[in-house]
Design a protein around this ligand. Structure first.
Ligand SMILES: [Zn+2]
Length: 467
């Protein structure tokens, strides 16, 4: 029997162990998509206790706690930090075989040097040990990032964001690059007339321009895009059920825009046309400044109306959708490609059903201009666990070039989540190790070691070309 989570955790063969320890483990982390607040990096925030860094904002954990019968008061409510931690400690032993069990213990081990298993019996001592450490300057946000050997972080930012915190971080000469990423979802959310118009009010303010026509909207967004570019941004991101690629005319878009600006609701057809137009225009903007575009496809969001009304979005009530992806995605990418304006693109699917679909879709638009121009994004959200990552890596290997993969990202809301890169790296090395043991790929450690180092770090660094 193997020991639980020792240094060879998930590494079943000698080749896998060699690949991980000699090649993967030493590589810095290039975290090109996450949701950590740049303000906390700018302030070099110091967390008062483990609940604040671990349980505030982590809807993965809240979902598990609710499934374990824990009252909302201890997830997002007004219970004390200790009470919340205690409920999490009660939940952890019930999470066996869920990735949370692994992540929890990897994080305790990696950042706090704690080997004990979290349970009601150990809750108090782990609480005290973590809190004591968190209060030392060794555990400020920036020092946690340093401990994890992070090279680059891309946050997720709205076009109206001031990026003042990114600026502050830069002025401090923090050696880790913390860059913004452009996420304009709200600029195309026209299902709700009121929130869309309210959003345009904030955009008017940010851009210092009056948005009285569709052309003015494009101007305002383009000036924010330039502002993001000047702040070091080279990457956009869109969260979509599916890509939209409906045909439309300029006159139709102008009419739709005027209708919504007058406070009228749009019909389904108008929504689809408007979104198709926005998506295309964003693609053009990204291409004009040499950015990479990312598409996170397939989440079915805010399924629980009662709790959405009470707690808002991103609180753990989203799931995998079964939207039609292929046809409209192909049409959207093809339109940009026909005009020679298709940027480097990363496609992420949330439904594992779509792994092979994405694996083949990227091949349609590889054009030899950049290695791995079209990327199949790593296992994401509900799929960023061993099984989901293996399936993504296998689909990419079967249908494309794994060696050109830009690898893992945390998609994190917590500064302790960098261990997800470790989890990914171990999984990758294990798959390769098994292939070697089975005689399916050569035992060429130079070739394999280089491939692992590339997927862990070099490919992303080369691909995104941040300055
Ligand atoms: Zn994300």
């Amino acid at each position: 029997m193997k020991k639980f989570m020792d240094e060879n955790f998930l590494l079943q063969t000698e080749t896998a162990q060699e690949l991980y320890h000699n090649h993967a483990a030493k590589m810095p982390i290039f975290d090109y998509h996450c949701h950590i607040p740049p303000q906390e990096v700018a302030e070099d925030k110091q967390f008062k206790n483990i609940t604040q860094i671990w349980l505030y904002g982590d809807h993965y954990k809240w979902r598990a706690m609710r499934s374990n019968g824990v009252n909302e008061r201890y997830c997002t409510g007004d219970a004390s930090d200790w009470e919340k931690f205690e409920k999490w400690a009660e939940t952890v032993p019930q999470t066996l075989r869920n990735p949370l069990y692994h992540w929890t213990h990897l994080e305790l081990k990696k950042f706090f040097g704690i080997d004990k298993l979290l349970s009601p019996a150990t809750a108090k001592e782990i609480w005290e040990e973590c809190n004591e450490k968190l209060q030392t300057s060794d555990y400020s946000v920036r020092n946690i990032i340093r401990k994890a050997n992070v090279h680059t972080i891309c946050t997720t930012d709205d076009p109206v964001d001031s990026l003042e915190h990114h600026q502050a971080i830069k002025e401090d000469d923090f050696e880790v690059a913390v860059l913004p990423a452009w996420r304009p979802d709200k600029a195309m959310t026209v299902e709700n007339t009121k929130t869309f118009n309210a959003y345009l009010d904030t955009l008017e303010e940010a851009a210092g321009e009056n948005i009285g026509s569709f052309a003015a909207l494009m101007d305002a967004l383009d000036s924010r895009h330039q502002f993001f570019h000047d702040s070091g941004c080279r990457l956009s991101d869109h969260g979509l059920e599916t890509a939209m690629a409906e045909d439309y005319t300029e006159a139709e878009i102008n009419a739709i825009f005027n209708k919504i600006r007058k406070g009228n609701d749009l019909n389904t057809d108008e929504i689809l046309k408007f979104k198709s137009c926005m998506l295309y225009e964003f693609g053009i903007m990204d291409h004009s400044r040499g950015w990479t575009q990312q598409f996170h496809l397939g989440a079915l969001r805010n399924n629980n109306t009662r709790l959405f009304k009470k707690l808002g979005a991103d609180t753990g009530f989203d799931s995998i959708g079964d939207f039609e992806i292929a046809k409209s995605l192909s049409k959207f990418l093809d339109r940009l490609d026909k005009e020679n304006k298709l940027s480097k693109t990363v496609l992420y699917n949330l439904n594992p059903r779509d792994n092979e679909l994405i694996g083949t879709m990227i091949g349609n638009f590889q054009d030899g201009s950049v290695p791995g121009k079209m990327q199949f994004g790593s296992g994401w959200w509900f799929l960023d666990q061993k099984d989901g990552m293996e399936k993504q890596i296998n689909a990419l290997s079967n249908l494309g070039l794994l060696s050109r993969f830009v690898g893992m990202l945390t998609d994190s809301r917590s500064f302790l989540s960098y261990t997800r890169h470790e989890y990914f790296r171990r999984t990758l090395c294990n798959l390769l190790g098994n292939d070697v043991e089975n005689g399916e790929i050569p035992h060429d450690m130079e070739l394999l070691g280089q491939m692992v180092e590339n997927i862990c770090f070099n490919n992303a660094k080369e691909y995104f070309k941040f300055e």
